[in-house]
Design a protein around this ligand. Structure first.
Ligand SMILES: Cc1cc2nc3c(=O)[nH]c(=O)nc-3n(C[C@H](O)[C@H](O)[C@H](O)COP(=O)(O)OP(=O)(O)OC[C@H]3O[C@@H](n4cnc5c(N)ncnc54)[C@H](O)[C@@H]3O)c2cc1C
Length: 289
């Protein structure tokens, strides 16, 4: 193991410079609930640990005309305790609320949940369903990318060398919109998902679905946006036939492993069950808004 240095810069520019100076040997530290476990288990061996929690932009949470900007290192508890954000995005808060215990969420961030690259990361399907966009900074300047493009495989992301996520943008919600995240686990908490589904839906005044996004986790090597599942709902009144088509599309997108939490067949079957329940909740919220 090489000697590791710890840095806690106060600005984005200083953090980018530290990562550039580390020439690929730098590792971002946000809440540390994954990083510290991995360091302890000697799964990672960075030269420089760059703690971003002193940088104001990654700790800020703000609303502007209905659109939200949430810093990548804002702790989960701060997100779910923000009544206005919870009112706008209850499904995102459901995803965040499932990350570990209250103590874990006192540190854990959505930037860390995403960039750890777990196929079962609980906040990620909800972020994808919300249409959240990651604001990324690095040696080449700033760029934006949709959350569904960030995780590329187990433990792997599209975040380049020296880059990190500053914040996430959430669009203003149209009227009659609702979202929901549900997961199935063998235990009630402190375990990862066997399957997780995030759904975000918008209806018109007559109750026809005019927009939908459906995302799944723990049923493929990475969390997935399932466009066919959304297409099954859009243009319908979310009648029984549309729901069955949505479920069939979710199941068709699943490519899970079998492990101690469930077989491949079990995950595919339950993905449809969880998708139906998440849709019912999202629909109930959309009708109430
Ligand atoms: C007891 C326990 C229970 C848990 N339960 C769950 C659970 O139920 N569901 C679940 O999804 N997770 C769970 N986790 C995993 C973990 O808590 C989450 O993944 C958490 O959201 C990680 O956030 P963090 O801020 O602690 O990330 P960190 O550990 O700081 O970082 C995680 C990874 O992301 C990178 N990173 C962090 N921030 C950024 C950024 N802004 N830009 C680029 N890269 C970045 C880091 O370099 C690292 O590779 C659990 C962990 C523990 C210890």
């Amino acid at each position: 193991m090489t000697e590791m240095s710890y840095e806690a810069p106060n600005t984005l520019v200083a953090a980018v410079a530290l990562l550039a100076g580390a020439d690929g040997g730098g590792k971002i530290l946000a809440g540390g609930t994954d990083v510290l476990v991995q360091l302890h288990a000697e799964m990672i061996d960075p030269d420089v640990l760059v703690d971003i929690k002193n940088i104001p932009e990654v700790r800020a949470m703000s609303e502007n005309g209905g659109a939200w900007q949430v810093g990548a290192a804002v702790p989960g508890m701060q997100i779910i305790d923000d009544a206005d954000f919870a009112d706008a995005w209850p499904g995102v808060c459901e995803g965040v609320a499932l990350i570990g215990s209250v103590q874990v969420k006192g540190r854990a961030s959505i930037g860390g949940n995403l960039c750890n690259g777990s196929p079962a990361a609980d906040s990620v399907p909800a972020l994808i369903a919300a249409g959240a966009v990651a604001m990324i900074i690095g040696p080449g300047g700033s760029r934006e990318d949709a959350v569904e493009n960030i995780i590329t495989g187990p433990g792997k992301t599209s975040i380049g060398n020296g880059e990190f996520i500053v914040s996430f943008g959430f669009p203003k919600r149209p009227a009659h919109s609702g979202d929901c995240y549900l997961r199935l686990t063998p235990r009630t908490e402190m375990d990862i998902a066997v399957v997780g589904v995030g759904i975000n839906i918008t209806l018109d005044d007559a109750g026809t679905c005019i927009a939908a996004r459906v995302a799944v986790c723990a049923v493929a090597p990475r969390p997935l946006l399932v466009a066919d599942a959304a297409d099954a709902l859009i243009g319908t009144t979310v009648d029984a036939g549309a729901v069955e088509n949505m479920i069939a599309a979710v199941r068709a997108a699943c490519d899970p492993i079998s492990d101690k939490r469930g077989t491949k067949e079990y995950r595919i079957k339950t993905a449809g069950v969880i998708a139906r329940r998440a849709l019912e909740k999202a629909l109930e919220r959309a009708k109430a808004n």
